[in-house]
Design a protein around this ligand. Structure first.
Ligand SMILES: [Zn+2]
Length: 377
């Protein structure tokens, strides 16, 4: 049986003393992170040698002897900090960009118990070296818990449990769908369905702009400015939760109804550059794909990511139908397909997805039918 990983997030209600301990733990971790990063950078600068995770981990006991503050933090939490440094380094070498940075105050917001040192008992989360913190378990924690990350978001504390679940496959389904990132709508499907951004989205955007203008009018670091900043952060959080909810529902619906789902692969970089609005949209889209991904995996569905370059310039019949950015219509003189631009792209994404599927030997046995489409009928 295959497994999938899921994160459960719960609000924590630490008392004043516990808040102090949580924040001081965060600070110890931040300093360790920066020290470990510094050691790696200097070793590289001075003698061109790489410092590995195991080398740094072996030094921890000596560091603890020298700095008693480290002794106040659970040792596996410290190990995890070194792991994070290691991971950012690996990512840097893999991508060749994004050199690891030092974390300034306020830029380090979480720490992790990677295996042990925590437990839940009733409404209490017991944390080694911190104590029993009140937790609100608003939904059932399922699966086998692997790690616990404690996170600070705008002064509020959360416990994020990462857990491994057995997949629950849904009944077999050979229906296929392609989804394109909409320019105006959130997404457009190959079934010619426009998935609109929810109504609250536009309203919240407007409200956010208004509140942000208010921040910029205030004198920096004045009490009014701080209050305005808090309001912006609060609204951001609200929008974030609403968006999450919307994406969960949409991805659940797709996974329940389709056996094969084709989407654009965001890791294949499209045209260089882009506006801020686009990057915000991309961020929302990748969050959606992530949710779709694990739901599909756990349900035994097939999610295929295709290279979407040029999907707006090609008809699913294979003929090139060039369009300018402002051309909203698709008209193919070869097959006669006439529809809106994003719908044609979604059809093309689906076609590419299905082609990839037939090229994947493990799935080639499944009968493949060409999907039929009509728009506006
Ligand atoms: Zn055509």
């Amino acid at each position: 049986m295959s497994k999938s990983r899921r994160t459960y997030k719960y609000r924590l209600w630490p008392n004043r003393k516990q808040r102090e301990v949580l924040f001081s733990t965060l600070e110890v971790c931040r300093q360790l992170y920066n020290d470990a990063l510094k050691e790696r950078r200097e070793a590289w600068k001075l003698c061109r040698t790489c410092v590995s995770f195991s080398m740094q981990s072996a030094q921890l006991p000596a560091c603890k002897a020298a700095d008693p503050a480290l002794g106040n933090v659970y040792s596996q939490v410290l190990q995890d900090v070194l792991h994070r440094v290691d991971k950012t380094y690996q990512a840097f070498f893999r991508r060749g960009r994004g050199f690891p940075r030092f974390k300034g105050q306020g830029w380090y917001d979480s720490f992790t118990y990677p295996q042990a040192g925590f437990g839940v008992n009733g409404g209490q989360l017991s944390l080694s070296k911190i104590g029993n913190v009140k937790i609100k378990l608003h939904r059932w924690l399922q699966g086998e818990v692997k790690t616990l990350t404690l996170k600070n978001e705008n002064g509020k504390w959360y416990a994020c449990f990462s857990s491994i679940l057995d997949s629950e496959p849904l009944p077999e389904n050979h229906d296929a769908i392609g989804i394109d990132v909409g320019l105006e709508a959130f997404a457009v499907t190959s079934d010619a369905e426009m998935v609109d951004n929810p109504r609250w989205f536009r309203a919240a955007q407007k409200e956010l702009r208004r509140k942000q203008r208010h921040v910029s009018r205030c004198t920096k670091r004045s009490s009014g400015w701080k209050r305005a900043c808090r309001r912006v952060a609060k609204l951001h959080r609200h929008v974030f939760h609403q968006r999450n909810d919307f994406q969960h529902k949409l991805s659940r619906e797709l996974v329940n109804n389709y056996g094969i789902i084709a989407v654009e692969d965001l890791n294949i970089q499209g045209l260089a550059g882009g506006t801020l609005a686009k990057s915000v949209h991309d961020a929302a889209w990748s969050g959606f794909i992530r949710k779709l991904s694990y739901k599909a995996e756990s349900a035994g569905r097939w999610l295929v990511k295709v290279n979407a370059r040029g999907t707006s310039q090609q008809c699913p019949c294979g003929r090139a139908v060039p369009k300018k950015l402002w051309d909203r219509k698709h008209h193919c003189s070869a097959c006669g397909l006439e529809t809106i631009r994003d719908h044609a792209s979604a059809l093309e994404i689906l076609r590419r997805g299905l082609r990839l599927r037939t090229e994947t030997p493990a799935l080639a046995g499944v009968a493949l039918e060409a999907p039929s489409f009509s728009y506006g009928a």
